[in-house]
Design a protein around this ligand. Structure first.
Ligand SMILES: Cc1ncc(COP(=O)(O)O)c(C=O)c1O
Length: 442
């Protein structure tokens, strides 16, 4: 591959950016002012011909890489025969076939059924609708630092106030939040298992003081918190949540929208913890960039809403379903779950070696190829280094690497590279990243 030595953005991106500022609302934010021309695998080419290594994958929706030939072919073939008939009017086989595959592949040794929607937020909305209808209960519990989307219900279940919630209230009633173990920021000297125990014990207090468990329809959890800063819980914690759901007849929803499709070294992250949720929400990498999401769950729950109670005009379009079927084939054929483990280990080992050199790196964590570094101004106080984090992100893109930040304090550098990234591209990206960290540490 060619080496990018230019500082970006180039002239064409600058011109497009001026038009964007004039014509497009400010709200839809973008991390870089680089305008894309084309993309393949883990490489993006911008409109000025710059080659950029992608460690973001469109926020985790390009696990099999940009424009995988199998996906392109599947989309082309489907668009040539029928683009959309609306499943509610004339159904089609690809919807059924993808549902069958997701029923088989999502965790849980029980009969499952699936429905499709368009976005992650819509998947969560539908999972909540189903849980409420099944249980006849109204309350929904999520976790501190959770991210579930931008619609009214999902924004209400989300934690980060700014930018996601500020000024957009009032929020949906009967939504509550519980703590989620953040081992790096546990009280000094507290062991991970002690923190797990403290939080799980707190559930019972919460049921006394906040909401009765017999009014809770669902607990929704990200198996690894994404926007919250790539926070990985222990298997014991996830199993503890499962036990509490079982004890009180609460439906457990796993939001695998960011963690799914081989990202964490398993097809779905819950497999790492040996836990099956009752309902799983899926999106992002499910169809390699086509708008698609899925709600897969226990058949007896999924069938409670009656005909016409779930769906939407574009939900599960044949083009998106064709892409989704190709994605599952590619993951299997190219052993991408194993590749995620290799990439993740390589990145985490590199980050740990940097942690010994650069004081700004407070924590290194991840699961599979969902990896992060938390930046702090002081390792003792763990003061979040928000400005330095944003400097690293912009130093990266101006030198040919796309990375993202996350966390309530926006001080976590998070990476979700396409799993088809080559070793050479990975090394080059890591080199750019290290230079950016050195520069931000000054
Ligand atoms: C865990 C999780 N849930 C839900 C969503 C919302 O998905 P969408 O942006 O497609 O609505 C996201 C998006 O980042 C997510 O990471």
């Amino acid at each position: 591959m060619t080496t990018n030595t230019k500082m970006m953005p180039g002239q064409k991106s600058v011109e497009l950016h001026a038009r964007r500022q004039d014509a497009v609302a400010v709200g839809p934010y973008h991390v870089t002012p680089l305008y894309i021309q084309s993309a393949q695998g883990a490489i993006v080419i911008d409109v000025d011909g710059n080659e950029i290594i992608d460690f973001a994958g469109g926020i985790g929706m390009q696990n099999i890489g940009h424009c995988h030939p199998k996906v392109v072919k599947a989309i082309q073939e489907q668009t040539a025969s029928s683009i959309h008939s609306c499943f509610h009017v004339m159904p089609y086989e690809s919807y059924i076939e993808l549902a069958e595959k997701l029923n088989e592949k999502t965790p849980g040794d029980f009969k499952k059924k699936t429905m499709f929607a368009n976005s992650g937020a819509e998947a969560v909305e539908n999972a909540v609708k189903i849980a409420r209808k099944v249980t006849g209960r109204s309350a929904v519990v999520s976790f501190e630092r959770a991210y579930h989307g931008r619609t009214l219900m999902t924004m209400s279940l989300t934690s980060k106030v700014n930018p996601y919630k500020h000024g957009f209230g009032p929020f949906a009633p009967e939504t509550y939040k519980l703590p989620y173990p953040y081992y790096y920021r546990a009280p000094q000297g507290m062991l991970p298992e002690e923190l797990d125990e403290q939080i799980l014990n707190h559930f019972e207090q919460f049921f006394l003081g906040e909401v009765s468990p017999d009014n809770i329809a669902a607990i929704i959890m990200e198996p690894v918190q994404g926007e919250g800063g790539f926070i990985v819980p222990s298997a014991e914690f996830v199993q503890g949540v499962r036990r509490i759901c079982d004890k009180y007849g609460i439906i457990m929803i796993a939001d695998e929208i960011q963690t799914g499709f081989a990202r964490t070294g398993k097809l779905f992250a819950m497999e790492n913890f040996g836990v099956a949720a009752d309902i799983t929400t899926l999106s992002k990498s499910i169809a390699a960039g086509m708008p698609l999401s899925a709600i897969t769950g226990r058949a007896e729950l999924m069938d409670v809403p009656g005909p016409g109670q779930l769906g939407g005009t574009f939900s599960g379009s044949p083009v998106a379903c064709a892409a989704g079927l190709a994605v599952l084939d590619v993951i299997e054929e190219e052993n991408l779950t194993e590749r995620a483990q290799v990439i993740g280990t390589r990145m985490l080992d590199t980050f740990r070696s940097w942690q010994e050199k650069y004081d700004i790196i407070g924590d290194v964590r991840g699961l599979g190829a969902m990896v992060a570094m938390e930046l702090v101004t002081d390792r003792m106080t763990k003061e979040p280094a928000k400005d330095a984090t944003s400097k690293v992100v912009s130093e990266c893109w101006s030198n040919g690497l796309i990375g993202l930040s996350a966390g309530l304090s926006s001080n976590v550098l998070r990476f979700l590279p396409p799993l088809v990234i080559t070793d050479e591209q990975l090394d080059k990206g890591l080199h750019i990243l290290e230079q950016a960290i050195v520069s931000a540490s000054k």
